[in-house]
Write a protein of this length. Structure first.
Length: 222
């Protein structure tokens, strides 16, 4: 009876070791279904300005359908390729011939949604305080960029630069006013797959990236 119990306990111990080892080996490849928030590996480009619903708005390029980021293991420098830049790579293998020793991350767009249609991204960077003014001029061709933290991460926002001439936004001179930047607050979900230099999948995660679209200047009062 004693030998039977000892044999049973030994079997349990071996089985436990197997599951622990299996967990360690495959832990790095486990898919994480819950979405995390992240920061885009590049700054979103601006296409230009348009008149929409009577307002001059800044229009941004759409976020890419696919992003590949290579990281040099020695210098830690990163190279980012998007959409048509990726088409020059091998169809069967994402590994770049220019960086055979680099680990890399492949991000594929899943879906996106509008978090808020008319979101206040913050004060216009050209105006540090409130003042009395009958209105404000903004450049049609020049812009200024700033970063802001939102619920889903970090967003790069572009606004028309303050100017002595250009398009004019009226303000009530009897009140203290200050321009802010409003626009569409969007969130895009990407599937993120990390590979080592040999092309072996290490992990899969899902991340939400916030971005701005159709931003414009709006006068606020104290």
């Amino acid at each position: 009876m004693k030998k039977v119990i000892q044999s049973f306990l030994c079997s349990l111990f071996v089985l436990a070791l197997f599951f622990i080892n299996n967990s360690i080996v495959h832990g790095a490849e486990k898919n994480i279904e819950e979405a995390e928030n992240g920061v885009l590996p590049f700054e979103q480009k601006v296409k230009g300005t348009e008149i929409i619903d009577g307002k001059r708005v800044t229009v941004y390029e759409d976020l890419p359908d696919k992003i590949i980021t290579y990281e040099n293991p020695i210098t830690k420098e990163k190279t980012v390729l998007v959409d048509n830049e990726i088409s020059s790579l091998s169809v069967d293998n994402e590994i770049s011939p220019l960086c055979a020793s680099c680990d890399y991350t492949v991000q594929t767009k899943n879906y996106q949604w509008i978090e808020k249609q008319d979101y206040n991204f913050g004060w216009h960077p050209d105006f540090s305080s409130y003042k009395r003014a009958s209105g404000y001029y903004f450049s049609v061709t020049k812009s200024v960029s700033f970063g802001v933290s939102v619920g889903y991460g970090f967003v790069s926002v572009s606004a028309a630069q303050s100017a002595s001439a250009g398009y004019f936004i009226e303000a009530d001179y009897s009140k203290w006013s200050r321009p802010a930047v409003f626009g569409v607050y969007m969130v895009t979900n990407y599937k993120e797959e990390k590979y080592n230099a040999a092309g072996k999948l290490l992990s899969t995660t899902y991340k939400n990236y916030p971005s701005a679209q159709k931003t414009y200047e709006k006068v606020l009062y104290q």
